[in-house]
Design a protein around this ligand. Structure first.
Ligand code: AMP
Ligand code: ZN
Length: 465
């Protein structure tokens, strides 16, 4: 399998630290709000990466943290007149509701920053002892100039980074690029005891600390949205590698942003959607297929029209699934015939193509096209004359290829019949209203789907061609 590694800007063969295992850390949400569709893309993308590794037989140790203490948490808790802890508890619960609804597999562990304060304090102490961090008036900063490799992920040296980033000048720091790993308590802020007085961790340190604790000093894959490459991931590398002298992560993966109607999503532009709002209108399958129909390293544009067209495309696959489910009850021949056995080789070739696409840096966009090709193939060649075994084989294969993407697992059994009955009802109504055009259209549409209607004295009957 090949993965595009942000560190080298190249696709590289994936070689795990331990055979058959993947140690993966994904930066998770700050839990002060419902997550939005941009966050959702990042979560869905890395959920599919994880599922695909599992599909290929790896055991995945998947860690995604909750940032439950930072400026945004404190501000929101104050606005809502509640505590940071209560806010965190509440939005972690809401996170699980939406993530479960999006069919995102639960992480092996979701560590919370505030549950790691002791280890974080230890980590900070070690960095001071090693000479990589210094304390001023209760704050502790990481000395970026001291760490040789600073800037290696963003491919810039410190001077370039300094020019590019608008960084507050702060006389407490030795260098503007230095960043806080421990912050002293300001009035009204939650705080914990430390050798430097009451305070709280800086943001970046939690990920270094929790990744080490749960996965070890070197991990296979570290991932997050593209906004995190700098400074967050650069700072994580500095902290972790300064402490151990070892490579922190072998592969860095970054997923691109979601724009809305070709603009950056923001509350002030009024083009901001939470995942929950969208889940009220669309199935998880539609949302996931939309998110995965672009490559994870290219930005995608979000609009309700695009979701509608994704839904229409997905319906085509589900129609085929429903048809196969119904055929399972209807077909007469039980066992697969010799010629059908031969034909399964054609079907299996789609699996091969799919694996080729996914092995190439998780090209979900092309993998989805392969599923459409497979469905077309099955629609043409598997039907009421096929054996039950072949029908089942076809259905299982569609589901198998959908699973790493977290889609196509629903049953639509019987739903085709319901749909047809509804259309027949509408046609009867049209005829009563002498709306011959509509009545003919319904008959023709059904015919296009392989359904013919017969008007009998007992009423309308339908059968498959
Ligand atoms: P946050 O809660 O802002 O820390 O974000 C949680 C995760 O979502 C991080 O991995 C971010 O990089 C990612 N993320 C934030 N905004 C977007 C966006 N508009 N599109 C895609 N990913 C995003
Ligand atoms: Zn992180």
């Amino acid at each position: 399998m090949k993965i595009f590694n942000t560190m080298t800007r190249q696709k590289e063969e994936f070689i795990p630290l331990s055979e058959g295992e993947v140690k993966m850390y994904v930066c998770g949400p700050t839990v002060y709000n419902f997550f939005h569709i941009g966050n959702a893309r990042t979560f869905v993308v890395f959920d599919s990466v994880r599922r695909y590794f599992e599909y290929r037989g790896y055991k995945v140790n998947f860690i995604q943290n909750f940032t439950d203490i930072d400026d945004k948490m404190i501000k929101r808790a104050n606005e809502e007149n509640t505590t940071v802890k209560e806010l965190g508890d509440r939005f972690i619960e809401e996170y699980y509701k939406d993530a479960d609804a999006l069919n995102i597999e639960r992480a092996t562990v979701n560590p919370r920053a505030t549950h790691y304060i002791n280890q974080i304090v230890e980590f900070v102490k070690e960095l001071i002892d090693l000479g990589y961090a210094y304390e001023t008036n209760g704050d502790v900063y990481f000395n970026t100039k001291k760490f040789q490799g600073y800037g290696k992920l963003s491919k810039q040296n410190i001077e370039e980074l300094q020019l590019g980033a608008r960084i507050d000048v702060d006389e407490r720091k030795k260098d503007p690029m230095d960043f806080a790993i421990w912050k002293s308590q300001k009035p009204g802020e939650p705080a914990w005891e430390s050798p430097w007085g009451m305070g709280r961790p800086g943001w970046h340190i939690e990920c270094s600390c929790m990744a080490r604790d749960l996965l070890g000093e070197t991990i296979d894959i570290h991932a997050g949205g593209s906004d995190l490459a700098f400074p967050h991931h650069e700072n994580e590398i500095a902290q972790s590698e300064a402490r151990t002298g070892k490579t922190f992560a072998n592969y860095w993966m970054h997923s691109a942003f979601v724009n809305v109607n070709n603009q950056k999503m923001s509350k002030s532009l009024n083009n901001f959607f939470t995942a929950r709002e969208i889940l009220e209108k669309y199935d998880a399958d539609v949302i996931r297929m939309f998110m995965l129909s672009g490559h994870y390293r290219t930005q995608i544009n979000f609009s309700l029209e695009l979701l509608d067209s994704t839904k229409a495309a997905l319906d085509r696959i589900y129609n085929s699934i429903a048809n196969l489910e119904n055929l399972l009850d209807e077909v007469k021949v039980e066992n697969i015939t010799e010629s059908e056995k031969e034909y399964t080789k054609t079907l299996t070739s789609y699996r091969q193509k799919y694996i080729e696409k996914m092995d190439d840096d998780f090209n979900t966009a092309d993998a989805i096209s392969v599923i459409f090709d497979l469905v077309r193939e099955i629609n043409t060649n598997v039907g009421s004359n096929s054996s039950k075994e072949l029908v089942k084989y076809s259905l299982d294969l569609i589901r198998e290829l959908g699973n790493p993407l977290g889609i196509l697992q629903n049953s639509k059994k019987g739903s085709i019949e319901e749909e047809i009955e509804k259309l027949i009802e509408q046609r009867q109504q049209a005829r009563k209203n002498k709306d011959w055009a509509l009545s003919d259209k319904i008959r023709d549409d059904l015919k296009a789907q392989g359904i013919i209607l017969e008007d009998t004295p007992q009423g309308v009957r339908w059968k498959r061609i």
